[in-house]
Design a protein around this ligand. Structure first.
Ligand code: ZN
Ligand code: ZN
Length: 280
């Protein structure tokens, strides 16, 4: 299990690997474009070459792209759904261009329709995003905390979406499990036993091969509180014991962990703490 953080690409994509290394990252995550909107900056051969050289220089094992936050595959407005599908597919293709291991996306939220209707729209969007995709970068659906009408807060729902999109046999689709979101959605992981049960559940419902990456965040809110509030590792409601069990879980050695905690200084400490937990 390698650890890393979400880092900025300010000043250019090629700056991210050094920034990641400064945080103590072994892997890292970026936005490849503004998370608030607008066209994506071009990825020229020169930019890609330089980025890959920097990844090597700073000993990064893998990198991930988070799609922008404004996307919504469950919107009742077709132009918003279509725009979301286009941007996510672009990010998937851009991920392939920079040899990213995976991209992950939030699925969105339905305001004025039945949940079943919203889920149909999201599965249709997922199917369109993956249509004809031949790249190596995986597409991960991120579990949500389930606030309001946000889609995708249970393992069963994520599994249903993958199947309904006709991708049950496709190895390039999977899930990103954010520990803070999962906990707020009702999955306990505070003790070793809870953590083991949670991992077993992921395996039973989805299959561990679908688990592309962890977002390793503690939660400011309690179990099942359905709010998305990240805290530093060990400082929130999940606590150190649960994280240690996840980090040492014998079946999770191949899964990377990205922290997205509130402050840069704290993020550095989070990574150091997780690395220490890893050494049994
Ligand atoms: Zn996310
Ligand atoms: Zn979150």
């Amino acid at each position: 299990m390698y650890f890393g953080a979400h880092v900025s690409i300010a000043g250019g994509l090629g700056n991210a690997p050094q920034r990641a290394a400064d945080f103590g990252c072994e892997v890292f995550q970026i936005f490849s474009r503004s998370p608030r909107g607008g066209a994506a900056p071009a990825l020229t051969d020169e930019i890609v070459k330089n980025f890959l050289a920097q990844c090597k220089e700073y000993n990064q094992h893998a990198w991930y792209i988070h799609t922008p936050y404004y996307l919504n595959l469950a919107s009742s407005k077709s132009h918003i759904r279509n725009d979301s599908i286009r941007v996510i597919r672009e990010e998937l293709d851009r991920g392939h261009a920079i040899s990213a291991t995976a991209i992950m996306t939030h699925l969105g939220s339905s305001k004025d329709m039945e949940r079943s209707e919203a889920l149909e729209l999201v599965s249709d969007g997922i199917s369109k995003i993956m249509d004809g995709y031949k790249g190596d970068t995986k597409f991960l659906l991120e579990i949500s905390a389930g606030a309001g009408n946000v889609v995708g807060n249970t393992l069963e729902e994520l599994d249903w979406l993958i199947r309904e999109a006709g991708l049950a046999r496709n190895k390039k689709i999977g899930v990103c499990i954010d520990t803070a979101h999962a906990f707020a959605s009702g999955y306990d992981m505070r003790t070793k036993k809870d953590s083991d049960v949670f991992v077993k559940k992921i395996d039973t419902v989805l299959g561990l091969e679908r688990l592309g990456v962890f977002h390793c965040n503690d939660s400011m809110v309690g179990l099942g509180a359905r709010k998305d509030r990240h805290d530093h590792i060990g400082k929130g409601e999940i606590g150190k014991v649960g994280f240690q069990a996840l980090v040492r879980h014998p079946k999770l050695h191949e899964v990377d962990c990205i922290v997205e905690t509130p402050t840069p200084e704290g993020m550095k400490q989070d990574i150091a703490l997780l690395k220490k937990m890893r050494r049994v």
